[in-house]
Design a protein around this ligand. Structure first.
Ligand SMILES: NC(=O)c1ccc[n+]([C@@H]2O[C@H](COP(=O)([O-])OP(=O)(O)OC[C@H]3O[C@@H](n4cnc5c(N)ncnc54)[C@H](O)[C@@H]3O)[C@@H](O)[C@H]2O)c1
Length: 350
């Protein structure tokens, strides 16, 4: 492998205006190498200005499932990161067809389009650890990449993510498409904007993931909404680690394989809430709520051994450090975040 593997490459990122995508674009650009990055995004859960203004980056605005967009994706890309999704579980429960269109169909149409391409060194597909985790509130074992996949899934989003893995395997075996499946645990960090993009049917358009919601509420001196006494656990991974992991999947991942991008550590939601209140000096405490009826994947975390051994990936940023960075970023970006939240005011009765 060349000393500077990104030098002179063309990279395609579907969903590149989103939270992870925007961070990945910035990290690739920061590597300082000559490269061209094409972002395809329909701005369903993202803001256009999350894409850095840089002459190496070009936006194709539209769905990666649209024929007019696919026609512009010719056989010139060495690396493809497929991150486009219909965000997230609760919105997909509200609108499974929109999920199908922006989650399952995006993956099928993109992979089908790429199947004869010769320049692709790696397609990295962003899958989700929630789809392969055992559904339990008991004591979980870390989820390995070869864990059996259950037919029982909590949401259309989760079903779509796993169908994407089936397609990745199909196009790899049938057509030799060099697809690697990156299984993310719960990502957090700077760049996740509450309310980014368009209304998607539920308040989860705004309150999209637990860490940005807790931080935003804590900075606004509100009690943190903790469901089911906060007994659930998640494996939180900082967004810079995820982006390094995606790049490692692209450069070192074996086609046809899956790799967990995980910290390997469980954090209880109650402990997370208490830590965020402490770090932000929020005295408003907690607001205890009932369990979410759809969420059966109570406790889970990813097994990190395969990614460490095969692609030399391990998460480097500890939760406390990552939370401090995310709190600082949120403080600085409150005007932008408030603007995005307020866009949905009429739907949310604000
Ligand atoms: N953030 C997490 O905790 C997490 C966990 C597991 C998996 N993932 C996966 O990581 C990827 C990135 O997630 P994220 O957290 O950045 O979410 P995000 O919502 O910020 O990013 C998704 C992006 O896809 C775009 N998009 C939606 N439909 C599209 C379409 N039809 N064509 C092109 N673009 C489209 C959205 O506008 C957005 O920019 C997703 O595939 C997601 O399933 C994320």
């Amino acid at each position: 492998m060349s000393k500077h593997p990104w030098e002179g490459t063309e990279v395609l990122i579907s969903g590149g205006a989103g939270f992870v995508g925007g961070n990945l674009v910035r990290m690739l650009l920061a590597s300082g190498h000559r490269m061209k990055i094409t972002v395809v995004d329909n701005l369903l859960s993202a803001e256009k200005n999350n894409i850095p203004a840089d002459r190496r980056v070009h936006l194709l605005h539209g769905s990666i499932a649209a024929n007019r967009i696919l026609a512009q994706i010719t056989d010139r890309f060495q690396y493809i990161f497929h991150l486009a999704t219909f965000h997230g579980n609760q919105n997909s429960i509200c609108d499974p067809l929109a999920d199908h269109e922006n989650n399952t169909l995006t993956t099928l149409k993109l992979m089908n389009h790429l199947k004869g391409f010769r320049q692709v060194r790696k397609l990295v597909y962003s899958s989700a650890g929630c789809a392969s985790a055992v559904k339990t509130f008991g004591t979980p074992k870390s989820t390995r990449e070869d864990a059996p996949i259950s037919l029982v899934q909590d949401s259309p989003y989760s079903i779509s993510k796993i169908i994407g893995e089936f397609y990745a395997m199909y196009f790899y075996r049938q057509y030799g498409l060099s697809a690697v499946r990156a299984r993310f645990q719960n990502v957090y960090g700077p760049g996740e904007i509450l309310g980014a993009g368009k209304w998607r049917g539920t308040a989860a358009t705004v309150w999209r993931n637990v860490i940005p919601v807790f931080i935003y509420k804590a900075l606004n001196r509100l009690p943190l909404p903790v469901e089911n006494k906060g007994v659930a656990t998640r494996d939180f991974i900082y967004v810079e680690d995820i982006c390094r992991g995606l790049m490692a999947c692209a450069l070192k991942g074996r086609p046809g394989e899956a790799y967990n991008l995980a910290s390997g550590k469980q954090t209880k939601i109650l402990d997370l809430a208490l830590a965020i209140n402490e770090l932000t000096g929020n005295a408003a405490g907690l607001k205890l709520l009932p369990r979410r009826s759809w969420d059966n994947s109570g406790k889970r975390f990813g097994d990190t051994r395969k990614a460490r051994a095969e692609i030399d990936f391990r998460a480097a940023v500890g939760l406390r450090e990552g939370l401090q960075e995310t709190i600082a970023w949120t403080r600085e970006n409150l005007p932008v975040i408030n603007k995005c939240i307020n866009k949905h005011g009429k739907h949310m009765g604000l």
